[in-house]
Design a protein around this ligand. Sequence first.
Ligand code: COA
Length: 153
Amino acid sequence: MIEIEEITTNKAGICRTILEALPDRFGNQRVVELIVKEAPLLSMLGARDGDDYVGMMTVKRQTPQTIEIRALGVMPDRHRQGIGRALIQEVESYAIQQGAVLLSLKTVGPSDPNPIYQNTRAFYHALGFVQVEELPLWGPDAACLLMVKSLKP
Ligand SMILES: CC(C)(COP(=O)(O)OP(=O)(O)OC[C@H]1O[C@@H](n2cnc3c(N)ncnc32)[C@H](O)[C@@H]1OP(=O)(O)O)[C@@H](O)C(=O)NCCC(=O)NCCS
């Protein structure tokens, strides 16, 4: 039975364990270190199965209206079991409670043909996010795609 809950202790350790289990997606150790470093400063949701966290999400209040999903990962042997969907549903409730009207995230955009990123975009599309634009935020060789979802009914 999966429980979605706020994580308040050992955020960096839980974040590292899950990201390092996803080397295809988070293979760049510099990126992992950046995400792990900021985790203790952010709100974090976890999907717990017994004593183990099998999924996690960090979120950041970017503006009074917008909450950004900074990182999201589910252990590879637990994909396609609804855990990512449950984390998104929980952050939607959290964001609405906080008075936000938009969820945002940045992921690798369609100008990068790697199918693993297509899967990530397919997940976000399935959860109601739309693509806004690719931004030059991550340098000339990395396609940073801004995606958003309105929380207004
Ligand atoms: C993206 C990720 C978080 C999705 O988590 P998940 O628990 O496997 O997703 P869910 O089971 O909740 O999927 C919900 C829906 O999203 C879509 N979806 C999920 N994975 C998909 C895939 N690989 N390809 C196409 N659609 C997909 C489906 O519509 C799915 O519903 P269905 O299983 O009933 O068809 C997970 O694959 C992951 O950790 N990937 C690596 C890290 C990553 O990409 N993080 C996000 C960017 S920071």
